[in-house]
Design a protein around this ligand. Sequence first.
Ligand code: SF4
Ligand code: SF4
Length: 424
Amino acid sequence: MFDFIDMDFDPAATLPSAGPYLPDAADCMRCGLCINTCPTFRLFQTPEETPRSRIRTLSKILVENQPITDAERLHLDNCLQCRACETVCPSRMAYGELFDQAQAHLAAAPQGLAKLAFCLIENKRWRRRLLPLLTLYLKSGVQKPLRHIGLLKKLHLEDANALLTRPALKPLAAHYPATGAAQGQVALFTGCIAEHFDNATLQAAIQLLNAIGYAVIVPPGQGCCGAVHQHNGQSATGLIENNINVFNALDVEAVLHTATGCGAMLSEYRHEDAEAADLFKQRLQDISGFLLAHWPDDLHLQASPEKVAVHEPCSQRNALKNQQNVYALLAKIPRLEVTPLPDNHLCCGAGGSYMLSHPDNAGQLRAMKQQAINGSGVERVVSSNFGCAVFMNAGGGEVVHPLQLMAGQLAVLPETVLRQTNIF
Ligand code: SF4
Ligand code: SF4
């Protein structure tokens, strides 16, 4: 057992008298309010697995410039970077940012499979060469015998293998004209692997935008948002610079993202050319908010008597804080019953690359999420983050992006028919 409030805390004794001031790491009051929000505390129930303890380690690294122990490193690495602790902290600790800064101090250059993963994320040409081979592998049926003889486990590929789905090989077109009365033009952020592994969501986004009168540009020069790099201590500067240059060069009303994980990263872009970064962020919007703001009064969706639960990804709840848009958007589908997934404040375990680096912790959190899904009595779950959906689906869930649900009901019916069928 340990005290939630640290009565012995003496800030004067803790803060270094000299050295660089790094925002917030030393401002923790040790009040303990963050403890119960933390998924790793839920898993381990120990003081070391709390945000408060990790903030202490971050302060050691960033402010006091002290070496940390192996145990401190282990507990720091167990963090999912869900940022739930930020939302309740009275000191407004910039936990996510401090964690990234510490990772940049600690992380070594990636090796082996991690190096290959970073290359694939960064390099479109590599992806185009390797994905047909992956398709062949998935079609061939060798997964089962490889798992059976234990080879995937030996090569540390079992967890990655479980997440694989057949990739879309055909790239998206660069331009999709509006189908409804023309209103304007937007750009779609597709990032890196989503074009291949979450193609259905991107297609749905394009269909919906076209239907509300917006032409969609998908600039082929865009690339990964940089989140995986930044959260793992690698430089994301080149990726950030590329996206800023590519999107700022376009004559569009908005730059829209569909995945909240990427959206959170994009909305916090920093660059030495602050003006360019600001221009990028001014035009950046979550697609749900954009669709809501521009939805024409005469565009009606077909009814669906389904019951769905909304999973609110951590990047949406704790960084973008716009989860209400999803509920408002789904309310446009007549008869659809929409409910929040119980325990939405708790991370599903995906955590970007966490599902691969910490499969046991991630699996336990996913099992809790699955229990919440089973208890909710819904037919399907919607999630606006691709990583969460992939991870929950690998555990037996049926999770889709809300845009896919919306686009599926898009067959436009004339208003007279709608009145006759009493849909409204
Ligand atoms: S809520 Fe904030 S101030 Fe309180 S212990 Fe957690 S990190 Fe520190
Ligand atoms: S980011 Fe999430 S996992 Fe990490 S300390 Fe905060 S609440 Fe815990």
